[in-house]
Design a protein around this ligand. Structure first.
Ligand SMILES: Cc1cc2nc3c(=O)[nH]c(=O)nc-3n(C[C@H](O)[C@H](O)[C@H](O)COP(=O)(O)OP(=O)(O)OC[C@H]3O[C@@H](n4cnc5c(N)ncnc54)[C@H](O)[C@@H]3O)c2cc1C
Length: 412
């Protein structure tokens, strides 16, 4: 569809990647999405196709085997994929965030160990901050990692950076790709004795096999959480019970920096969620404008009733506004500028508009919108997750207002 959600100034490479992905979405994802969603089936074949296109390494630097593309390219790819089926974008999103965190903050050894295998999709990432008792208040996590000497080492080795082990205890909640991933970026409390609670947290890189049950001594992935939508992709808990991990698997050079690394990951994650919201809203609009020209009431297509055509106009305006704000947030990050406020704004507006646009598309479908044979019912179940994931709308407003009050503070 030509007119809406266009992005100016793309390179030939970006345009080519997007054209390839769009074709893949139209041919391989849209025709299968309803069946896979209703069967809660992992899209294994689609994932293989994405591996072949190099999408798991799209933003990983070329020196580590990836395509070295920008956040903007990634976001536009995600927009396309979510237009087909949001669950597929869920498979690559946590992977992308973990790859971003390793590329930005990992040691050279960690980059060499993980990134080339992540670029091919052989290693797939999940990230884990939330716990049963908290999601928004990340710094209050209770999962604890205690430094101990590695087996065979002297106790003194536990004090040397990169040496010794940690023992992790606690329960994590809501890991997207918890069962199907083989690498989890885990945030745990290490109590470095720092004054700020944010500096007492550390991110660990936990390599594990795919699957459910006790996948490693001390690490259990209990099973899939049954969700109202966003099916196919697995979301799980993770239970750590005296789980041992080497100090060399602390992301970066030293413990105590895990919170800021996670927040950096979440910042790009917010652009990604905005892009998903744009993709779903675009699809809802496409379905609505097609249906409105086919369905007749009172002797004419419903699109010719002003009440319906005005809905279409408002929906399209929201799609356009959300897309442009998402693109702006991605470009800012790509330029090296901090984009916390703009990513928050894009996430807030794109997710709220997505909910409104899918709701209007649903109304335009009349009774058929309630049938599981029509795609719109799936989009209606997907949209609400975007109001929650990577920080709720209330949390986005907190971030935006904090940033603005800092920027516009009164000066004497
Ligand atoms: C399908 C799914 C997948 C997910 N995947 C992941 C994942 O891969 N990794 C991960 O770590 N997490 C994941 N999450 C967790 C998600 O990030 C959290 O659910 C989200 O951050 C909200 O946290 P919460 O559910 O604990 O809500 P709470 O923090 O308990 O919030 C409850 C309500 O209170 C409001 N609220 C909270 N604090 C404030 C405040 N200060 N001011 C005003 N209002 C406030 C919230 O906006 C919300 O409306 C996932 C969640 C879902 C549903």
């Amino acid at each position: 569809m030509a007119r809406l959600a266009q992005t100016t100034g793309l390179s030939d490479v970006q345009s080519e990647i997007l054209a390839t992905v769009r074709k893949f979405v139209d041919n391989e994802i849209i025709p299968r999405a309803q069946e896979l969603e209703h069967g809660d089936t992992y899209p294994a074949e689609i994932v293989e196709g994405m591996k072949e296109m190099g999408l798991f390494g799209i933003t990983i630097p070329e020196e580590y085997g990836g395509l070295g593309e920008s956040l903007l390219t990634y976001a536009l790819v995600v927009e396309e994929i979510a237009r087909g089926w949001m669950s597929v974008s869920g498979v690559i999103n946590t992977h992308f965030i973990v790859a971003h965190m390793i590329a930005r903050h990992g040691t050279e050894a960690q980059k060499r160990h993980f990134l080339p295998r992540m670029a091919t999709g052989e290693v797939r990432g999940a990230f884990s901050m939330s716990e049963p008792d908290l999601g928004s208040d990340v710094a209050a996590i209770s999962t604890k990692a205690t430094r101990v000497a590695a087996e065979g080492d002297t106790p003194a080795d536990a004090g040397v950076a990169g040496e010794g082990d940690y023992v992790v205890d606690g329960t994590k909640m809501w890991l997207t790709n918890g069962g199907t991933s083989t690498l989890v970026a885990l945030l745990a409390r290490t109590d470095e004795g720092a004054g700020s609670p944010h500096r007492n947290l550390t991110t660990f890189l936990v390599e594990k096999p795919e699957g459910y049950g006790e996948v490693l001594p001390g690490l259990t992935i209990p099973g899939k959480i049954d969700k109202m939508g966003y099916k196919g992709v697995d979301t799980t808990e993770a239970v750590f019970d005296s789980f041992r991990i080497g100090a060399d698997m602390v992301l970066g050079d030293a413990p105590g920096q895990g919170f800021s690394y996670m927040m950096d990951g979440i910042e790009v994650g917010r652009v990604n969620v905005s892009a998903r919201a744009c993709g779903i809203a675009i699809r809802a609009f496409e379905l609505a404008i097609e249906y409105a020209q086919q369905r007749e009431t009172f002797g004419k297509p419903i699109a010719q009733h002003q009440a319906i055509s005005f809905k279409l106009a408002e929906m399209a305006t929201k799609v356009e506004a959300a897309h442009q704000m998402m693109v702006n947030a991605a470009r800012l990050k790509d330029s090296g500028t901090r984009n916390d406020v703009e990513a928050g704004m894009a996430k807030l507006i794109a997710s709220e508009y997505c909910t409104e646009v899918t709701q209007e598309a649903f109304r335009i479908h009349g009774g058929y919108g309630y049938s599981t044979e029509y795609e719109i019912e799936r989009l209606m179940r997907e949209a609400p997750f975007l109001l929650i994931g990577e920080g709720t709308s209330e949390i986005q407003k907190t971030i935006i207002s904090k940033g603005l009050l800092k920027e516009y503070r009164l000066r004497d």
